[in-house]
Design a protein around this ligand. Structure first.
Ligand code: PMP
Length: 285
């Protein structure tokens, strides 16, 4: 596989980042994941805009190649022959050649930019879209700026492991009695024709897929309510689902051992997945 590091396209074995890199020592880095379908980028503009915002919120300099990111994404897709899969992009504050809590001078220390591809044949046709997924709930003990897409993913990773141990697929995070989001996705419930998902704030990541799905839902005359909900309300809902760049829309069919409806993916989640795939493929670049 060919990867990109700071201006160079290299075989993955030859790609190197300093052990003093602040993403390695302090999780001082931000990232984006963009899906590829039919060799094209899904929601690229949204991911780029969010990257710019994450960098600004952390006073991190844009990498020199910021304006070339679309070209770099396309080149990696081409070099690696990606038809279905994803591109991972990470920007870190770079390496000052020492460990120090104080941010290095951005005039001296340049950000580290890394991109790589992952091929995922069958991404659009995932079995989980047909069976639905099972989730558990766990306490949300993450930091208070979840709207910034940082590489601090230890707790989400632990959450996935807790879900796996419980024979489930993912965990929904709960704070002060209300669901914030999934470990790596936004969370929704459906009551009748109404889609309910938590409002945007610093408490959740502002999902690019979330924005697109809510837009398509409103265009299709579905009602959308942006507010917090509890696990109990979710368990009593007609349907539930998650969204993310790597799953698109996955129906949720069980929450903490309670089956939703008849345990099969519901019509709203299924329809939204179809619309999302159709529309985002049309606008893929
Ligand atoms: N919330 C969290 C915590 C996530 O990690 C992700 C995926 N990166 C999402 C939501 C979904 O965001 P997106 O639709 O932009 O992938």
């Amino acid at each position: 596989r060919t990867v990109y590091v700071n201006g160079e396209y290299l075989p993955e074995e030859d790609a190197k980042v300093s052990i003093f890199d602040r993403s390695f020592l302090m999780a001082d880095g931000v990232y984006e994941v963009t899906s590829v379908l039919g060799g094209k980028l899904i929601d690229f503009d949204g991911h780029l805009a969010r990257l710019e915002r994450s960098l600004a919120e952390l006073d991190m300099a844009k990498p020199e190649a910021f304006d070339d990111l679309l070209a770099i994404h396309r080149k990696l897709v081409e070099l690696n022959g990606i038809d279905e899969g994803m591109i991972y992009l990470q920007v870190s504050r770079g390496s000052a050649g020492d460990r120090d809590f104080v941010f290095p001078d951005p005039e001296v220390v340049k950000p580290t930019l890394v991109l790589f591809t992952q091929s995922k044949p069958g991404l659009a046709d995932s079995p989980a879209a047909k069976t639905g997924i099972k989730v558990i709930s766990i306490d949300d003990i993450r930091w208070g700026r979840r709207d910034i897409k940082t590489v601090q993913l230890l707790y989400p990773s632990m959450g996935k492991m807790m879900a796996k141990k419980a024979g489930c697929d993912d965990a929904w995070l709960v704070e002060d009695g209300f669901v914030t989001e999934g470990t790596s996705n936004n969370a929704y419930i459906v009551k009748g024709n109404k889609i309910i998902t938590r409002h945007l704030s610093n408490d959740i990541l502002h999902g690019i897929t979330r924005a697109a799905v809510l837009r398509f839902a409103r265009e299709a005359q579905m009602e959308v309510e942006e507010r917090a909900f509890t696990i109990e309300e979710a368990q009593a809902a007609d349907e539930a689902f998650i969204t993310s760049a790597s799953t698109f829309v996955f129906p949720v069919v069980e929450i903490d051992g309670v089956q939703l409806g008849n345990g099969a993916p519901g019509p709203v989640a299924t329809r939204l997945r179809d619309i999302y795939l159709d529309e985002s493929l049309k606008s893929a670049i």
